[in-house]
Design a protein around this ligand. Structure first.
Ligand SMILES: [Zn+2]
Ligand SMILES: [Zn+2]
Length: 683
């Protein structure tokens, strides 16, 4: 009998596949479980990988750049903490040895193609004719059996594109990061800096926003409000040609109008405008959509959402989450999924509502993905879930249900009030028929404001008028929720990597907070790269390479050709950078020093005129001291365990600055620095 060895992406996935395919026995080898069964006249051995078994390493270690000579090596040979991979590596080698045929059953995307192909090619030296690809979007028995019966040929395009991506990411990431760090070293400092093929343009995008905020100069304007006991209306100038015709740009004009109306106590309803409109149901989630919604609904960051979704997928509860698609194809069998969901008590009623419809068809989004549909629940009943997993799962189920709903019917109402010939508008929006809202509760986010029932010509009592002076606001910062959307819109990164990129920018201290603020260091990195290697922060270049990888996937371009182009491009960029290394480093070092200083400064000293309190580390102990030392001897102790960082808060009781303390095992907390503060009475 022929033997086919199937590589699963992770141990848990391998076990799920085995359970789906039928009667199996477990054969343990080197501490790793393999699943053995007979199917379609073949012996099948399912052996697990554990994510990437190989990664790219340069031939020779060192600090020099550029490096272009790279090779795939077992990950445990070059990465700290990757020892656990060794037994999987050895087991895979043992199992692949028995194979007549190979099946790559890793996740169906570029990463999965690379993981499986690397294992099969590096360990078994298998030729592509004997490699099959298993394609599935959920880990449910039906889908897995269908995928197994329908094995596809070796996915050359995807594998080559995936391999190319790794090489390009290495080239840009390692070389440019090294260039930055080397520039700093030339100035006798050390700091972990990095950038990357996608990280660079992403940081630049954030920096552009930050700079537009810094450069922003607010313009003053005025608004006049009319207060009625149940609502307020705003002055508007129907003649004004600008869009915001409720803003008055000259103080004198605003005051003139206000003077004329302020003593009035009545207003006549001069017009009522009713507009009935539809509010369409939402579109199915792709990963970015899910990350964005989870961030705004639950304040769960995109990276966490991604890993939760991955867990839900591995437990067979949802379809493959790393998808770009916003479409749910008909072949998924909508009714079947809904019936399965109905089996879960909390969704019984909602699923039935959808099943009762004459036409069960979802609203579809525009984005597509060749490999996977939009994210949907499999209907399998979840066992115990963590709190966050439960939230994300519920959101996915409700979104899936909502896309089948009918458009909600909404109504907007605009009342125009006349006061001495001036117009004041009050607006409201209400829901007439909730429809899909009922399926998506409690995640519906629409404005509901009612106005009293009035008729045209009616005269209303006014409580008072208000003249408000305001100013235009700077552009809004990106939030954790909007940033992944923006990256997707600009086609930067892939669905799988966007959250990681943002996370990396935080780690490097290029950005902080949410909404996201770019630090001086982040700005300095972007400016340095813009000046000395603009290609590295160019969105166009990044997108161009994405297109080339897409062409490789479609087998219209070759890996070698694209890699060669990247090499040339980088060689040119980096040689220019190298010439000015020291000078570039000097600018960076200045910023790094200032940032370090800023992070240590807690605020003004409470004991002297112009001193600043700073966190100081000296001979193993930490304390807060004044910048005017020795003239000012003000000081406070700092906890000696855990990481500490400044906050922008001060204590309500003692008025000293608060610091954040991070504890390894117990929870993090904030405290003020005065040990005698009343807030610490019961410590
Ligand atoms: Zn002082
Ligand atoms: Zn205090």
């Amino acid at each position: 009998m022929q033997t086919a060895v199937m590589v699963g992406e992770k141990p848990k996935v391998a076990s799920r596949i085995a359970q789906a395919l039928g009667n199996y026995s477990v054969e343990e080898n080197r501490g790793v479980k393999n699943y053995v069964l007979e199917k379609n006249g073949k012996k099948i051995i399912i052996a697990p990988a554990v994510g990437h078994i190989f990664n790219l390493e340069e031939h020779e270690e060192g600090w020099d750049y550029p490096v272009f000579e790279v090779q795939w090596e077992p990950i445990f040979e070059n990465e700290d903490g990757a020892d656990y991979v060794k037994k999987y590596y050895n087991n895979l080698r043992d199992q692949l040895d028995k194979a007549d045929e190979y099946i790559n059953a890793c996740d169906f995307d570029l990463e999965g193609s690379v993981i499986g192909a690397n294992v099969i090619k590096q360990l078994a030296n298998a030729d592509e004719g004997r490699i099959k690809r298993m394609k599935f979007s959920t880990l449910t028995p039906d889908d897995l059996n269908e995928a197994f019966d329908d094995l596809e040929d070796f996915d050359k395009g995807m594998t080559e594109a995936g391999l190319t991506r790794h090489v390009l990411d290495f080239y840009y990431g390692v070389n440019v990061s090294r260039a930055l760090m080397q520039a700093v070293r030339e100035n006798d400092r050390y700091k972990t800096l990095s950038t990357g093929r996608v990280q660079g343009p992403s940081l630049k995008m954030l920096a552009d926003k930050e700079r537009s905020i810094i450069e922003f100069e607010p313009d003053p304007y005025w608004e006049i409000f009319l207060h009625h006991s149940e609502f307020r209306a705003k002055f508007q100038d129907p003649e004004a040609d600008h869009e915001k015709n409720d803003r008055i740009w000259e103080e004198e004009i605003a005051e003139g109008i206000f003077d004329q109306v302020q003593d009035e106590d009545e207003a006549e309803v001069s017009n009522i405008k009713v507009n009935n409109y539809k509010h369409n149901p939402p579109i199915p989630f792709n990963l970015t959509g899910l990350q964005s919604e989870a961030s705004s609904q639950f304040n769960i960051n995109p990276k966490t959402t991604q890993s939760i979704a991955q867990t839900l997928y591995e437990n067979g509860l949802i379809s493959y989450p790393r998808t770009e698609s916003q479409k749910l194809p008909k072949k998924l069998g909508y009714s079947n999924l809904l019936k399965k969901l109905k089996g879960q008590e909390e969704y019984e009623g909602l699923a039935q509502k959808v099943l009762d419809k004459d036409d069960i068809y979802p609203r579809q989004g525009k984005k597509e993905d060749d490999a996977h549909p939009a994210i949907y629940p499999t209907g399998e009943s979840p066992g115990s879930l963590s709190k966050k997993e439960r939230k994300v799962y519920d959101l996915i189920v409700k979104r899936f249900l909502a896309v089948f709903g009918d458009a909600a019917k909404r109504q907007s109402l605009t009342l125009t009030l006349d006061v001495r010939g001036y117009e004041f508008n009050a607006k409201s929006k209400i829901t007439k028929e909730r429809n899909w809202f009922n399926l998506y509760d409690p995640y519906v986010n629409v404005e509901e404001a009612e106005l009293p029932g009035v008729e045209e010509g009616e005269v209303l009592d006014i409580e008072e008028f208000e003249l408000a002076d305001k100013e235009t606001k700077p552009p809004r910062r990106y939030s954790q929720s909007s940033i992944v959307n923006e990256l997707e819109k600009r086609e930067l990164g892939t669905k799988a990597t966007r959250a990681q990129i943002v996370d990396r920018l935080y780690d490097r201290e290029y950005i902080e907070g949410d909404p996201i603020e770019v630090t001086d260091l982040g700005l300095a990195i972007v400016e340095t790269l813009e000046d000395h290697s603009p290609a590295v922060v160019s969105e166009e270049l990044t997108r161009e390479f994405e297109e080339k990888m897409e062409a490789i996937r479609e087998e219209k371009n070759s890996r070698e050709e694209v890699i060669e182009e990247a090499k040339e491009e980088l060689t040119e960029t980096l040689s220019k950078f190298k010439e000015k290394e020291k000078e570039i480093g000097r600018e960076l070092v200045d910023t790094i020093d200032q940032e370090r200083k800023r992070k240590r400064q807690l605020g003004p000293c409470d004991q002297c005129e112009d001193g600043t309190l700073r966190m100081i580390k000296s001979s193993g102990s930490r304390f807060v001291g004044c910048s005017n030392y020795p003239d000012c001897e003000n000081s406070f102790p700092l906890p000696n365990n855990g990481d500490i960082s400044k906050t922008d808060e001060t204590c309500d009781e003692c008025n000293t600055p608060k610091i954040q303390v991070y504890r390894e095992k117990s929870s993090n907390y904030k405290m003020c620095i005065d040990p005698d503060c009343p807030t610490k009475d019961d410590w």
